[in-house]
Design a protein around this ligand. Sequence first.
Ligand code: LLP
Length: 418
Amino acid sequence: MFGFRRDAQGRAMLSGSLLSDLLAEARVATPAYLYDVDGISHETRELTQALADSRHLVAYAVKANSAGTIVRTVAEQGAGADVVSGAELRVALGAGVAPDRIVMSGVGKSDDELDLALSSKIRSIQVESLEEIERVAARAQALSQAARVSLRIKPDVAIDSHAHVATGHDEAKFGIAQQDLGAAWDRLDRSPEALRAVGVSSHVGSMLAAIEPYLEAAGRVCEVARARRAAGKPLEFVNFGGGFGIDYGSGPTARPAEFARAALWLLGQQGLHDLQLIVEPGRSLVGPYGVLVARIVQLKQSGSQRFAVLDAGMNDLIRPALYGARHRIEPLSEPPLPPAWRVVGPVCESADDFGVYDLGESPADLVAIRDAGAYGFVMASQYNGRRLPSEVFVTRGRVSSISESPGLDAWVARRLQA
Ligand code: LLP
């Protein structure tokens, strides 16, 4: 379609000229996130279709991007939701996701959040410790209701990712250690009126480029599930988690549908084909389809260094500062050509640095920061008294809705009140 170009893996991307037009159409100030809703819809459909059987469930990890338009879009394409807070649960329910298609994860769910999950009758609370099982039992008893519970196991598989996004290794705070699993099942079985053991889950970490480590962790889940069934106990599902990577510019990764097909194959191979399979992708469904558009507010030549200072900073997109992540940056109005500039934000932190990118001899004022659809806006803050970015949703190449920045008046008033 006009205004789109293909990335190395064949995904349609909003071109620079279309982004300029859309920004003008939306009449919002930069920095602004623009999302290609059709791209998200298409990627999700490919994934839900790869699972082929409506028994299985894609539980979209809402934390990656909790915009209502996006949660509604993935739900329309057959996805459910994985939530990690009461507020995310409210967004999922409000966006029309059926409660029995929602799972809740998290190492520190509060009593209020557990109560909301229980009273909403979601598919499963994924418990992460023996201690949490006690609290879930207590809340279930208080509400006179049985909690549907799955055990999130620690698969003890190390992945080749940034330490901040690896979750399945031995020392991670997430999940129940192998040696505690026997005690966890026993505890669930002791209170059948309050606790119903329905599944086994894991999430090995994020940004997996290849399928093998995912399958290795999934294999551990299957072992636990088989042992449980061998003990004569019923089980409804296995949940292999999310973590499917995307290409941030360093090379292609397996697509979500390929991860799903491999997961299905494993399920059959392990003799568990009668169980429901749940996968929990976040980034891979939304990341490639979001762009942060920023304006260059200042060019600065300092000795031999060239800086392009943007009006977007680490408060808008924290991934480079937090994980050393690279997000391709290119001028909106022309192809990226040398010379290279160090692209930085306005925040008073040295870590507010997006890296070095070709922006040409005299960069024009707008740039696109690519692959920012996941863990972008959702991690934004108002540090340094900066306003939250606007969000613009694009359907068939046109602006379909806008969530405008709340501006700064409320921030100033609240700081003065504090
Ligand atoms: N399920 C669980 C239990 C998770 O903890 C996560 C992500 C997911 C699913 C979804 O993972 P995904 O498919 O998006 O990789 N802020 C970091 C990523 C943190 C991921 C946390 N957990 C980043 O910007 O790279």
